[in-house]
Write a protein that binds this ligand. Sequence first.
Ligand code: SF4
Length: 272
Amino acid sequence: MALYGGMCADQGRPSVRSKTYWNKNQRGADPFEMPKRVAKGIEACRSHMDEDGTVARPLRYIWIYVTEAGLLQNSKQSSSKDLLGLDGWLNVIDESASMGAEWMVVYVGASLSQVPYLWEVCAWAQDIHQLSVGLHLTSNCLSEDDLERLGRLVPEKTYLIADKAHLASLRFLESKGIRLCEANVQDMERDTHCTKPGEIACVGADGSLFSCGLVLGDERYAMGDCRDRSLDDVKNDESLPHAVPDTSAFPHSGCDACPPLMAMRVLENEAP
Ligand code: SF4
């Protein structure tokens, strides 16, 4: 079976129309869960808009670390908090999308299959909120199941983000319609005083919020927990670190897969 050329809902690709997908993949879930979530999202959108319909403080990117591995890059101890489950991640997406997010980068670490609800999270972002989704994989290991599930996502809104060292061995995916994007960020590509965190909602596996992925797990850049405060509240709290004043104090590899840089790279690569 082709990965996705011409695939329709009854072949498995989840879509807004595919109620059975959500019912099947969330066994025993409330059948009204999706319409209720959509209504909640619309209401949230309204609450973030000014009277003229513009969003006061736009957020453009979501950067989520669905495994604890990301947090441990900058913090030696594993979190004592509960990890966000599927519902928690869908809430993050709903809230971010209501604030204007258009792009999402999902850090999964070495293996896509270690996160059982990864595909539901991606499908929700694409089907309900029309977000572009980049999956940041730190290996070149993909199972047949990974390929099949990648193929069910919306092709023109799906990117596999990988280190340069792995790109050559992943090029075969392009013939199946899967787009690739190099994750590595060079020193000259980032500003010394970086203000891009102001446009990013960066969320760790345990719900902790940080300025961006470069400083994920670094308490100096902690911004609370997405289960305790709304993202809107966090983004408008001027006392929090919405910028990284001196990126040179951190290795440039810490900026790998940064959503605004990846979005720019993709747009440049796809420019006619
Ligand atoms: S990861 Fe780097 S480039 Fe991206 S927002 Fe953070 S400091 Fe800036």
